[in-house]
Design a protein around this ligand. Structure first.
Ligand code: NAD
Length: 432
């Protein structure tokens, strides 16, 4: 597996060659502000103690409090977290929100833990980091394998660590917690706003679930004709989790044909289109996508190389590399995962004339609605789903237009256009 941090720095080098941002600014962006590793001892259900390794990287806060998800995965390690934190800094800048970049994680396979162990581990992560977290310091969110419920536990733990006591009798919420009360505006302002992606009953925002997939769709809509795609596209999606699953549903609801989807274990293709409701029901029933009636089983590698209009990697980083980039047959790619295409693969795709709508633009709908959640918590407001989507759409469209213009002006591809826009915005606010 390629080191994602090296990939991120290679991208930074490339943009620094293209536009003069000054050596000092670029050098500063080569290192995170803070790079923290913690060990989290957890009492397992069988009474033994196990120690897990956890991370928080606070990359850059020129634009506002650090912001970025927490990932639970057996392969998670510090270089991955650093790369993701760097991309978050750029993503918040591209999205035009007043937040900086951070990321966190724990090296763990959460499927091997009971629910109680998972809660103790999540609270353990906050216990070790509570001094550097909070609505005006660092605001984490869900990422791969972390859920709204985990964010609720974490916000509750932040309140506990700060010695907060619930002041108002809680109404029945989705998850009952000891140190949280979303009815209490003081709790929301001081602790609830410290984590986004919470369940709606625990101070979460309407619309956060589908936000990343929907934001991607708004970006696609703004750029479709410019990247030479037809009005109705054949779409292939890698990953069928929060992002991929929602994106598949949204594309299909808007008249596009989703012909292939995959998860970590299997991939399926049906050239005249998949019925996504039935695919979801099938996955729920057997725990995997494979053997969906009427579809053909293929591998994840074959899925990426399948002929289509739009390929949407929505699972993991480094899935399109110099080994398979030459075999991609899609007319365009939209990255909903973070870092799915390596810098070498970027060059190959550029030479082949396959436009790539980059992650820091395409998947920034998630962090934008996270920012809306933070803003609502701080103001003690709760917006309707429609209000959230109405605010999201113009922001995504504006970012897409600006990046397209930046790329055109510098005669480069969209990723570099996005980097140029982000670095200009971060540089403008960087202080000594
Ligand atoms: P998720 O855990 O809900 O889903 C991940 C999906 O990818 C699952 O279907 C899983 O089976 C599949 N998968 C895992 N490993 C795979 C592999 N090796 N090959 C093929 N499929 C594999 O996670 P998610 O929240 O949907 O995140 C997916 C990607 O989107 C990640 O790169 C994440 O950083 C990025 N992202 C997520 C959000 C968000 O709001 N959740 C926002 C921005 C970016």
């Amino acid at each position: 597996m390629q080191n994602p941090y090296q990939n991120a720095m290679a991208q930074l080098d490339k943009v620094a060659k293209m536009k003069n941002f000054g050596d000092e600014f670029i050098s500063r962006l080569r290192q995170p502000d803070r790079d923290i590793r913690i060990s989290i001892p957890i009492k397992m259900d069988n009474g033994t103690e196990k120690i897990f390794e956890g991370y928080r990287v606070q990359y850059n806060n020129a634009l506002g409090p650090y912001k970025g998800g927490i990932r639970y995965h057996p392969d998670t390690e510090i270089n991955e977290v650093k790369a993701l934190a760097f991309w978050m800094a750029l993503k918040c800048a591209v999205a035009g929100i007043p937040m900086g970049g951070g990321k966190g994680g724990i090296t763990v396979d959460p499927k091997e833990l009971s629910k109680d162990e998972l809660e103790r581990l999540s609270r353990g992560w906050v216990k070790k980091l509570s001094d550097i977290l909070g609505p005006h310091k660092d605001v984490p969110a869900p990422d791969v394998n972390t859920t709204p419920e985990i964010m609720a536990w974490m916000a509750d733990e932040l309140a506990k660590q700060s010695g907060y006591t619930v002041k108002v009798t809680p109404a029945p919420h989705q998850i009952s917690l000891k140190y949280s009360n979303p009815e209490d505006t003081e709790w929301l302002k001081n602790f609830g706003a410290g984590f986004t992606g919470k369940p709606i009953g625990n101070g979460g925002s309407e619309g956060r679930g589908p936000a990343t997939g929907l934001g991607g769709f708004y970006v696609f809509y703004a750029l479709r004709a410019r990247v030479g795609l037809p009005e109705k596209c054949k779409v292939v999606i890698q990953g069928f989790g929060n992002v991929g699953g929602n994106a598949a549903r949204i594309f299909s609801e808007h008249g596009h044909t989703v012909i292939a989807v995959s998860d970590s274990k299997s991939a399926i293709v049906k050239e005249d289109g998949l019925d996504l409701e039935q695919v979801e029901a099938h996955k729920k029933k057997i725990g995997a996508l494979r053997d969906f009636p009427g579809a053909k089983n293929i591998t994840n590698e074959e899925l990426l190389e399948f002929s289509c209009d739009l390929l949407v990697p929505a699972a993991f980083e480094n899935v399109i590399t110099d080994r398979n980039a030459g075999k991609i047959k899609a007319k365009a790619i939209m990255e909903l995962a973070n870092g799915p295409i390596t810098p070498e693969a970027d060059e190959i795709l550029f030479k082949k004339g396959i436009p790539v709508i980059p992650d820091i633009l395409a998947n920034s709908g998630g962090v934008t609605v996270s920012y809306f959640e933070w803003d609502q918590n701080l103001k003690g407001e709760h917006w309707s789903e429609q209000e959230v989507f109405n605010k999201l759409k113009p922001m995504m469209e504006d970012a897409a237009q600006k990046i397209f213009q930046k790329a055109q002006a510098s005669k480069t591809y969209l990723r570099m256009g996005a980097f140029i826009l982000a670095l200009e915005r971060i540089k403008e606010k960087s202080k000594n």
